[in-house]
Design a protein around this ligand. Structure first.
Ligand code: GDP
Length: 525
């Protein structure tokens, strides 16, 4: 590719993740998006991962057991002149630090909310990561075909619970059985409700928002109410502001029903108009690296181990930040300065793993890894080393005491634990008073993977004792007095020897703050 081709190819990319609480409809909407993208798949492929209907032999054992798949981690399709990359953010019991880290690799996010439930805990956590990054967030309020909460109530919640301004791009006319359509504020038209399979049908509006010609709507009173609500929003709500959207300060809100494929296309069309192309990335010395820079570069945001003992390889997921990737190219690994040949790469599609030939900034590639890579590593070509900013640490919430089952096998235990912790599989802490090892994670799956890999890769059987949920808060070492620790706020140190307390619950944290008002406690994120 010459420079012009590269710039053009990069500008076409739109890379995002869908964030939601389990059951809000992320899978359903992803399927609809893939269908619009013309990705030919057997119906229900994304779905099938939940029922475990897969028979491919080389998948990780835990993957198979849980029905999650590497291949659904990244989905790519072309639509309306854009190349769309959707990154999966696993939820349920598969929620892990990787879920958070995936959000480091996208340029925008789509937040799916169940109209009956509003904002749920996992949505909130994932939202906060997006917020910290300042990336655009688009909201899709789902399940309009069912009775849900009042639209005004739902948009108010965005502001109150998440602290983000919102701008409704459209507004439901009715709900549940009474759903008649969407008042499309942005396009100034009405989209009539159609059941799945039928195309879109629009009604034109005059400058007062009145339907031109005869109205096919059944409930005139509901339509009047919609017009009143829209007046209210236009008067008292936030204005449409591209800059605020770009900075993640205002979220455009779309309503719809993923299941009946209503409002999804409208959402996708508008989304692709405003979703950002691959962003510049900050590199050391505070410089910005343009995505169409001719040097290839990227960082590793996730490493997925192969659980099959016969295949020790892992897949390192790379977000390409600049330039073009070609199979077989040589790159430098910034951490070690070593040169590596990237001959074994893979692209991810909904149902196949395809060998990838080229990719550009904005794309995600998977590299077969035999142990060269760590999470957060930068790789690059060219004479000048490129190092991306460190990935943030996320505060673990679940904890386990861990020790080697066989005390004679300390060596393999330590080797395994060190490597897995370095890889970012789990966090490791050590108790101040007893020296015991404690593992921290944001999701239960991380512990299971840890245990499995300790056995399979390091021949170390571990004994783990659940400690349950804790609130981890770091403390300034200068303010620390070991006497502050009690059974309800266990004092531990992290891998960098920084002290932190593991509080039993919020009450214990509050009690501590009251007792030591001058002590600063910080969460990582
Ligand atoms: P995920 O856990 O967020 O991936 O959620 P799914 O896409 O698996 O959806 C959870 C459940 O909600 C499934 O039973 C879906 O069929 C259902 N669902 C998803 N979207 C809609 C919708 O628009 N309307 C209704 N009525 N059900 C939906």
């Amino acid at each position: 590719m010459d420079q012009e081709q590269l710039t053009k190819a990069v500008d076409k990319r739109r890379t995002f993740a869908i964030i939601s609480h389990p059951d809000a409809g992320k899978t359903t909407i992803t399927e609809q998006l893939l269908l619009f993208g013309g990705v030919v798949r057997t119906a229900g492929t994304v779905k099938a991962k939940k029922s475990g209907n897969f028979a491919k032999s080389d998948w990780m054992e835990i993957e198979k057991k849980r029905g999650i798949s590497v291949t659904s981690s990244v989905m790519q399709f072309d639509y309306a002149g854009k190349r769309v990359n959707i990154l999966d953010t696993p939820g349920h019991e598969d929620f892990s630090e990787d879920t958070y880290r995936t959000l480091m690799a996208v340029d925008s996010a789509v937040m799916v909310i169940d109209s009956a439930k509003g904002i749920e805990p996992q949505t909130k956590k994932l939202f906060q990561v997006c917020r910290m990054r300042g990336i655009p967030i688009f909201t899709f309020i789902n399940k309009l075909d069912r009775d849900g909460r009042e639209p005004l109530d739902l948009t108010a919640e965005l502001e109150e619970v998440l602290g983000i301004e919102s701008y409704p791009m459209n507004w439901p006319i009715g709900m549940g059985k009474g759903l008649e359509g969407l008042y499309d504020i942005y396009n100034n038209r009405i989209e009539l409700y159609r059941s799945e399979g039928e195309g879109q049908e629009f009604l034109e509006l005059d400058e007062n928002g009145e339907i031109k010609g005869d109205s096919p709507l059944k409930e005139e009173s509901i339509y009047r109410q919609v017009l009143d609500e829209i007046d209210l929003i236009k008067g008292a709500g936030s204005e449409f502001d591209k800059e605020k959207i770009a900075n993640g300060e205002l979220t455009p809100v779309f309503f719809g029903s993923a299941l009946t494929n209503f409002g999804v296309k409208t959402f996708l069309d508008a989304y692709l108009q405003f979703a950002p192309k691959p962003a510049e990335h900050k590199v050391e010395d505070d410089k910005q690296l343009a995505p169409d820079d001719e040097a290839f570069s990227g960082f590793i945001f996730k490493i997925q181990a192969n659980m099959n003992p016969n295949h020790r390889d892992r897949i390192a997921f790379v977000r390409i930040c600049s330039g073009e990737f070609d199979r077989g190219m040589d790159v430098f690994l910034e951490r070690t300065g070593k040169k590596l040949r990237l001959s074994n790469s893979t692209q991810f599609m909904a149902d196949t793993r395809e060998t990838l030939e080229t990719a550009v900034a904005g794309d995600i590639i998977g590299l077969y890894d035999t142990g060269n890579f760590q999470i957060g590593d930068s790789i690059y070509t060219g004479k000048k080393p490129i190092k991306f900013e460190k990935l943030p640490q996320f505060t673990p919430e679940l904890f386990m005491r861990v020790q080697a089952k066989n005390v004679m096998k300390q060596k393999s235990f330590h080797k395994g634990i060190n490597q897995l912790v370095q890889e970012g599989a789990v966090q490791l802490y050590q108790s101040y008073s007893t020296g015991e090892y404690i593992l921290g994670a944001v999701g239960q799956l991380q512990f299971e993977v840890f245990k499995f890999r300790m056995m399979n890769e390091y021949n170390s059987e571990v004994e783990m004792t659940p400690m349950g949920r804790k609130i981890a808060r770091w403390i300034n070492p200068e303010q620390l007095d070991e006497k502050m620790s009690s059974s309800r706020n266990l004092l531990v140190k992290d891998r960098a020897d920084q002290p932190l307390f593991l509080f039993e619950n919020e009450f214990a944290e509050r009690w501590f703050k009251d007792k030591y008002p001058d002590v600063e406690l910080t969460a990582k994120l």
